[in-house]
Design a binder for this molecule. Sequence first.
Ligand SMILES: [Fe+2]
Length: 353
Amino acid sequence: MTTKQVGALARGGIRGCVLGGLFAAAAVLVPVGASAEEVVNIYTTREPALAKPVFDAFTEKTGVKVNTVFVKEGLAERVKAEGAASPADVLMVVDIGNLIDLTDQGVTQPLKSEVLEKAIPANLRGANGDWFSLSARARVAYVSKDRVKLDAIHYEDLAKPEWKGKICIRSGKHPYNTALIAAYIAHHGEAKAEEWLKGIKANLARKPAGGDRENARDILGGICDIGVANSYYVGLMRSGKGGPEQEKWAEAINVILPTFEGGGTSVNVSGASVAKNSPNKANAQKLLEFLVSPEAQAVYAEANFEYPVVAGVKVDPIIAAFGPLKPDSIDLAKIAQFRKQAADLIDRVGFDS
Ligand SMILES: [Fe+2]
């Protein structure tokens, strides 16, 4: 994403061994005298299986055991209710809004870490060390291989009459779309965003529904020509992880990385914070710093076909094939401030109805 952080990583993270080497060398890497009691407790809204290989590598390197608690909903509320007795050390969530909510609800604490500051671009972390992005996903365009001959598009173009009856999209109220609309407001202001949303609504091929992958399904089915969706779903579909049917959906589309006029591609993130009452704060810091090492970044991002947040880390070939990502440079924290306005706009234009 930016290019200056690579050198810092070598100092902060594990040195040039590949992850496979980590597993093999685990026995000798565990520090002498490391206590079997050393733990770090993660509360996460993500499927823990996604990150398990990375957590295992962390344990093998440091001797610190990782406990994950999968909290599908109400993570902040749970930590709040547990209060000072909460065992949570690290809180992991998806979507910038959810990340910032953790801090707004008072369940995080700032972390000062040179390693994290050097590894993660400033627009992808909280200014006070309240939250850190660990992987990124782009809001991209799925376009019909057969019917759309384009290799670039602006988000602004989606409101143009040439797309009338041709756009598929999920609910405007889904956090992925709310974040995109918030980014649009950050670029152009609320009035222009409202016009844009009305334009897209007028261009819809069907009511906003389903998930992102259904855009590809409906492009294959001839219902629409273009959809707005997250980048990693293409990885899940094309790799066969989503099953044979979804592989066919993915065959029907090309992917374009849209940009804002005068800006870049809209990205959202997964990330983590240190919990306010973390009983193992030193281990929480150790884990977060490990997660931005190039080796861990590659595995962590690839598990869900995401973009690493650390410069120079390899992207899965399916995702790399979309071409170079030029992330929009507006601070995610700034974009998140427009979420409420974005949600109100969606209601006002009756986007989903
Ligand atoms: Fe998703």
